[in-house]
Design a protein around this ligand. Structure first.
Ligand code: SF4
Length: 356
């Protein structure tokens, strides 16, 4: 609360925002990457790519995008999908709530809009998992509307261009930049799609977080950070919170050629399969006894770390063999082909496959 009060919006009313449009569009026409989601302005495809690209790098998202559309080629296919097959396609991307929200939104599109995405930004905002940024991106890229989409790349480019020291986590700053962009957007049409993507593309290829390539930047003549050699001072980012550390046992329980898994019922990764996991506040034997496992042989153990946005899991993966597991049991083929296991359990999965 205290921190929020100290953040302050700095405005840059004198900056010639309009002067960035043409150089940026010309640069984009020559330099844009040939990405799979740029081959179509279909709103379903634009939406899938935008959701995937949140917290996932472009290179990593390409293969997922292809597989996702092969499996769910239309919004209706996604709306009608089995949750487990959706999570399987999403396996490894993390932030599974994105996938679940996508299915909710797909159902909304089918039920409320007859299977056609609405073109209006506010209606798009009403769909599950779609915030200001994604709504702006879909409306401009797929429907050629004059709707800004301010993501991390755009914050960086605009903060440097205008040498604006406002902390980007201040909601009023995003609104301010949206208003400034709104005024300079090209006429409704394909140029709106290009302008939205050009800003992001400049941030991804030229105005990178570290070592921006100012010499080859089409906006260097109107960039205040470049003029004052203060590129590294912008954008101003919020202070990172310390991650909470959780120390866990992850049990790889083998019975014959089967591996025990269970669904998580709370907290992170809720609803997804896991290897039975428990806090190290209790000892191994005690935990296993609570599950009725008293007769077992430990085969191996190994440590692993997984970092979530706010939490760091420090895990000890323990492989045991027993005849009396109380959990659901699966074959390697089922785990690899049908179930979605979060990346946090990669090490445990590797050990399960090795020792089963
Ligand atoms: S001149 Fe440099 S800092 Fe300014 S927008 Fe271009 S790449 Fe970014």
């Amino acid at each position: 609360m205290q921190k929020e009060q100290t953040k302050q919006l700095h405005t840059r009313e004198d900056y010639p925002y309009g002067e960035i449009v043409q150089p940026l569009l010309l640069w984009y026409a020559k330099n844009k990457r040939d990405l799979p989601w740029r081959q179509s302005a279909d709103p379903y495809r634009v939406w899938v790519s935008e959701i995937m690209l949140q917290q996932t790098r472009v290179e990593g998202a390409k293969e997922y995008y292809k597989r996702f559309l092969e499996k769910f080629p239309t919004v209706r296919d996604l709306a009608e999908a089995e949750e487990e097959s959706l999570l399987k396609v999403w396996e490894g991307l993390g932030y599974y709530s994105r996938a679940r929200n996508m299915q909710k939104a797909a159902r909304q599109v089918c039920e409320e809009y007859g299977g056609q995405f609405p073109a209006d930004k506010e209606k798009l905002r009403g769909l599950s998992g779609i915030g200001d940024y994604t709504a702006g991106a879909i409306a401009s890229i797929a429907f050629y509307k004059r709707t800004p989409a301010v993501d991390g790349n755009v914050f960086r480019v605009l903060s440097r261009l205008t040498a604006n020291p406002t902390d980007i986590s201040l909601p009023a700053y995003k609104k301010y930049l949206e208003q400034k962009l709104q005024k300079i957007y090209p006429e409704e049409g394909v140029a709106c799609a290009d302008f939205t993507q050009a800003l992001m593309e400049l941030g991804a290829l030229v105005c990178k977080p570290t070592s921006p390539a100012c010499e080859s930047c089409p906006l260097k003549d109107v960039c205040l950070a470049q003029k004052t050699s203060s590129q590294d001072s912008y954008p101003v980012l919020p202070k990172k919170k310390e991650k909470r550390v959780e120390q866990l046992y992850v049990f790889v329980i083998l019975t014959g050629d089967k591996i025990s898994l269970r669904k998580r019922t709370e907290g992170l990764l809720k609803g997804l399969y896991e290897f039975p996991t428990a806090s190290k506040e209790k000892g191994k034997k005690e935990l296993l006894a609570e599950w009725g496992i008293t007769d077992y042989t430990q085969i191996s153990s190994s440590s692993a770390v997984h970092i979530f946005t706010h939490v760091r899991w420090e895990m000890e993966c323990v492989v045991i063999r027993t005849e009396n597991s109380p959990f659901e049991q699966f074959s390697v083929a089922q785990i690899e082909g049908e179930l979605s296991l979060p990346t946090a359990f990669s090490k445990a999965k590797e050990m399960a496959v090795k020792y089963v």
